[in-house]
Design a protein around this ligand. Sequence first.
Ligand code: ARG
Ligand code: ZN
Length: 868
Amino acid sequence: MSQANTIYLKDYQEPDYLIPKTQLTVEIFDDCARVSSRLSIKKNHSGERRELKLNGENLSFISVKYVGEESIAYDLCDKYLTIVPKSDDFILEIVNEIDPKNNKALEGLYQSGDIYCTQNEPEGFRKICYYLDRSDVMSSFTTRIEADKVDFPRLLSNGNLIDSGEMTGDRHYAVWEDPFPKPCYLFALVAGDLAKVDDNFTTKSGREIALEIFVDHGNEDRCEHALESLKKSMKWDEDRFDLEYDLDLYMIVAVDAFNMGAMENKGLNIFNSTCALANPDTATDANFFRIESIIAHEYFHNWTGNRVTCRDWFQLTLKEGLTVFRDQEFSADLNSRAVCRIEDVRALRDSQFVEDAGPNAHPIKPASYMEINNFYTPTVYEKGAEVIRMIHTMIGESNFQLGMKKYFDLFDGKAVTTEDFVHSMEVASGRDFKQFKRWYSQSGTPTVQVTSKFDEGADTFTLTFTQKLKNKSDQVYHLPVKLGLLDSNGEELELIMQGKSFGTETVLELHTDSQSFVFEGLKEKPVPSLFRAFSAPIILEMETKREDLAFLLSYDSDSFNRYEAGQRLAKLEIESLCEALRDNKVPQVDHLVLDAFSKLLRSANADEAFKALAFAVPSLVSITEQQKEFSPVIAQKAREILSHALAEANEDYLAEHFNRYNAKENYVFNAENMGLRSFKNMCLHYLLKLPKADYISLAQDQYDTANNLTDRFAALQALLQTQSTARDEALEHFYDLWKDDAIVINKWFAAQAGAPVGSSDQLIKKLENVEAFDIQNPNKVRCLYGAFAANLPQFHKEDGSGYHLIADKIIELNSFNPQIAAGLSKAFKKFGALKGQQKDFMKKALEKIIAVDDLSPDVYEIVSKTLK
Ligand code: ARG
Ligand code: ZN
């Protein structure tokens, strides 16, 4: 049993010392790396000189001295190197060694395959050398790397290459200089034998930027998409945000062992290879899309993250929420805005809403943490982006852009807070966001209850909004409600309030716990369409008749709300089916529901990409989150009953349209083709709900003949719903084909671990023993154990076997990669919702983890909060 310290935002203090200049020499040897640093240090306040405490963890200390002097008094412990400076301005020279080869936590400098790379955000730099490892200490870095020429032909760091050359004994060196001062979390170093694929981009002011991607030899043909995405990102940031790239070189390195998706190090991004590499044979549409958005995300950080950075890690959403908002807007501008919004909200609800309702709920700006690595969460990222989006919705695009200009005018080159950002928006828009800032400090998803009243004689329609807050101490939020009203023909009505027209769509703002709005001049009772485009991250509670939901599914002009109406309708139906199952009655699917969805499928005013989303039944997570009693097994059954009924009712249509779109054209990645493929594969998926050999052959045929992974993998997933020899054959074939490919084979693990049929703790124990598995690789852990833990009926199996399997893996991972172990520990988030024996089983599993001797603060924080 271990313990961890809690760190509080309210305790923040400015650094006592700054480090204006950092010169590093990193010598890579066979059995270690030697780091010599030369730090120019300056006192940062006018008071008395205090001691200087440099962070340093897992370092072999060798020496410390003032430049030009022999020795110095110091104090060394496992977390700090402390000295008492003799002046206000001095240069320290420190030498230490590290062991990148045995660094399995993948923080600091570590080995991935045969190459050396770094991950320093948030606090990895202290595992490279002694330093003030905090984001408000910004320094100009010069980095010299020395290594063997044959093993490490590429030596990379941030900024510009200013010198390189040969040394004696088969060694060589490179010197990099980054002209932009930065916190050490943005420092990067890469050394290895990598292939380079390059391109270039001319900025709007006419500067030529060299773009370079470094990958393992053999992967050169998987770089084109990342390069195209990068150029699109650079252009988009110029067009929409008027932001231009600032160095002459932009490098991206893809590595297989990486804890997260990617990292925005200045001028030298490091990517998890799954988030960068793609070609039609090795990546699906979803992968292509995700790569485009992550490349964009890291690129956009250059301004929102690097040029303006965070004062401390409590401010993480300052750069992450804003940058996610920017990458979401980029994807929406380049693809279908409607589809992007639906998918973003779906992801938000399935991960962030669940987090906000669980034991590890926290505000987007947490007030405290034990381990900051645990706060790279859907809340800080995705809810953070929703908070930015609300500001954008309330002040509009042009004021928002003025706010961004203000932000850079005031804070370029600085480490700042979320208040600084909101201040910029206030100044630019003339608005007061004092109350709005509660979104930063309160956790939990608020509920907005809406009631309506139509007054026939007066021709008025009144909407009343009431906020229901999550925590006792919460105060009401300031939030935007984008809305419209529809007449009985599905036409948009003019919105008139207090004699003034607001067109057919407007944004209302809520400030108080209960607020009413009266719409005038209405001859008939309208159907309201509220929170269009999901204008606020809330749970809407409103009694709506099934007929009205079906009506909105057909007619709402807001695509998101059209989708939403269908989902709400399907959820009502699934709820009824769950009840029937609980009462041992024969479940019957409501005809109104089947008709509404059948009509949508045939609708002329919706494209295929939209239909593929809107015709899909709600996710299991979104269903179980609304259950009074958490029971994924029943929810899954009900979901299948509805899916089956939808397939049966539309069998001919689905079969015909599957065939119509099953053209064998060359794979092209664009929004339109992606939409067509997802529609076609949705048809296939439904057809395999029906027990017919013909449909299995259809899937088998697509699997065998597909000319791209999107179709091939969709066929495999369709087959995974069945128990058939075709399923087994396809799985075997896929393994033989891709077992040596680190990226593609992970999909094989994830698909089986997450399958509705055939997954089990026994299967996981079989899969972890296949040659292609490796528990030290985070992607594989996520794809096998992560996918299993997200497979709710399996993970929550009655006998508790799922809990114990995952607990054992957490304990194993804790000993070498705490961050990944902690990530997996979040699987136990439904603890509070469980009852009886099920709860006892989970409790035992959690207690087994908490009893581990050298439990990391990462895992301790998650598990202790879960048990509370
Ligand atoms: N800043 C990176 C990104 O959002 C993520 C780095 C996360 N690192 C971590 N150790 N959790 O692009
Ligand atoms: Zn980010």
